[in-house]
Design a protein around this ligand. Structure first.
Ligand SMILES: [Zn+2]
Length: 237
């Protein structure tokens, strides 16, 4: 009887271990850590996108500013020639005036373009620094939750280790053939197969057992099974 009771304890312990192993996958701080980690990497990707956009805008701005400088120089040169009294040929003057007005249109377009690039750049730089601050905050949260997740994980593992030791201790006390019987039965019934009988009821399927069962269970060396659910019966009271 003592042996069967040990077997029942082993079963209950193994069920608890299975529950705790399952819980290990669902520790809330660990889940929160993974979710936050994803948030950080998403944020970093958005930030990279913004920085690339800013770099491109800065290059474009530099090119436009150089173009404007060149245009300004050409306009200054034309003005000097036109109003410096050097050129007297009418056709040549006309062509220079035409060129000057074209250059002035280009100058104004470049000035508009530079202004709009600068406005866009300023917006992007503001957004980028806002994202940078947000990223830093989330990174700090991540660090905190990581510490908590590691703690929770460690204590859950420690609990499992203690249960594992108890399990080994019980297994060493149970006779080999009985342990094998338990494994076979457990495989067939998918887990719970040792039933603790209390008050004349099967502890697994709850069926009321005929009183003759009690005497049979108490007979040394006899294995008695529930006729309803097939579990091995152990007297609990
Ligand atoms: Zn039963």
């Amino acid at each position: 009887m003592e042996q069967l009771k040990l077997l029942w304890e082993l079963q209950e312990l193994e069920r608890e271990i299975a529950r705790k192993e399952n819980d290990l996958q669902n520790i809330s701080s660990v889940k929160a850590f993974h979710a936050l980690k994803k948030e950080v990497s998403d944020l970093q990707e958005i930030l990279r996108g913004h920085e690339e956009k800013i770099d491109a805008a800065k290059k474009k701005l530099k090119r436009s500013e150089m173009n404007l400088q060149n245009t300004n120089a050409v306009i200054a040169g034309l003005n000097k020639k036109l109003y410096g009294g050097e050129v007297h040929n009418n056709r040549e003057l006309e062509s220079m005036e035409k060129k000057l007005s074209l250059m002035q249109v280009e100058q104004s377009a470049l000035e508009d373009e530079i202004l709009s690039i600068m406005e866009e750049l300023e917006k992007d730089e503001l957004e980028s620094s806002r994202l940078g601050r947000q990223g830093k905050e989330v990174q700090e949260q991540l660090q905190q939750i990581k510490v908590q997740a590691q703690k929770d994980m460690q204590s859950a593992r420690q609990e499992l280790a203690v249960l594992g030791e108890r399990r080994t201790g019980i297994m060493e006390q149970v006779e080999g053939p009985l342990l094998q019987k338990y494994r076979e039965l457990s495989g067939k019934m998918q887990g719970q197969c040792i039933s603790l009988v209390v008050g004349g009821y099967c502890g697994i399927c709850n069926v009321s057992l005929p009183s003759a069962f009690r005497a049979r269970i108490l007979t040394p060396g006899q294995l008695v099974y529930c006729e309803n659910c097939g579990s091995l019966l152990v007297l609990g009271d």
